[in-house]
Design a protein around this ligand. Structure first.
Ligand code: URA
Length: 267
């Protein structure tokens, strides 16, 4: 068994600016990509949530759910940012990561504002290859995923469980032609259609990296994303109102999932 490199008392994590003391023993972290979503998410968990730190793309607040400390920290976008998140938060004692974010749907029956709970992810990212060979599967933790599903059911939030395609590029990687250059390399032309034919549900940019790292390191993760682009109809992202609906839904579902997991973990 490899010795784990936990943080020493008072040690400040270089990228996130956090310490063990600031986390007050938090073992759960909700990790949206966007720093602008952190405060709202933290306050949806706990109206008394408080600001902790803001370093680079890592904006952190601490909430309490049923008395248990829960960190809410943005990751920024893409796989490399996830490696900083998992590496530094694991050193501070976080064991369970919930990605909450936005996504583009690949299925006709996933509408704008619906949520996708990932049951696996395709590793089109680059960062996870530093942690495990590409044959290693990117899968979330089963208990975390079931808690997300139960929460969505209880709250009657429209959701699908699906295989997520995680890319390193929002434009050619997700076969978008509305980029500055307008070109998609030949290798990726037709890729959207192929992921649909393979039954995949959605595109986003962080889940596979998070799942690979947490599996390899003996940690837990799950992911829930609100649909803000319906790729069966268009390349565009939806207007603000849809973001707000998606955000409200993933806030509600992630809060209830944390409650369910806390109850399970205390048994
Ligand atoms: N996030 C993505 O990565 N793709 C989308 O289409 C929407 C959100």
């Amino acid at each position: 068994m490899v010795e784990r490199n936990y943080a020493k008392p008072g040690e400040v994590m270089y990228h996130t600016g956090l310490t063990k003391e600031l986390l007050e023993g938090a073992r759960y972290a909700l990790v949206p990509g966007d720093p602008g979503r952190v405060e709202g998410l933290a306050k949806a968990l706990d109206p008394q949530a408080r600001f902790l730190a803001y370093h680079r793309e890592f904006h952190s607040w601490l909430a309490r759910v049923q008395g248990a400390p829960v960190l809410v920290m943005s990751t920024g976008m893409g796989g490399p940012c996830i490696t900083f998140t998992v590496e530094e938060l694991a050193r501070l004692g976080v064991t369970t990561f919930l990605r909450v974010g936005t996504t583009g749907s690949l299925r006709e029956d996933l509408d704008l504002g619906d949520v996708v709970i990932s049951k696996a992810a395709v590793r089109l990212d680059g960062a996870s290859k530093a942690y495990a060979p590409i044959e290693y599967p990117a899968v979330p933790d089963l208990d975390v995923t079931l808690a997300l599903r139960q929460a969505a059911e209880e709250l009657a939030v429209p959701y699908k469980l699906g295989v997520t395609v995680t890319t390193d590029s929002f434009w050619p990687g997700q076969e978008r032609y509305d980029s500055f250059g307008g070109y998609v390399v030949r290798r990726l032309q037709g890729s959207l259609r192929e992921w649909q034919a393979l039954g995949c549900s959605n595109y986003e940019m962080e889940a596979a990296t998070l799942f690979t790292l947490t599996s390899v390191l003996g940690l837990r993760a799950g992911a829930i994303c609100g649909v803000v682009a319906k790729r069966t109809d268009s390349e565009s992202v939806a207007p603000r109102g849809i973001y707000e609906l998606a955000e409200r839904r993933f806030q509600q579902v992630s809060r209830r999932a944390v409650e369910l997991l806390l109850a399970q973990d205390s048994r």
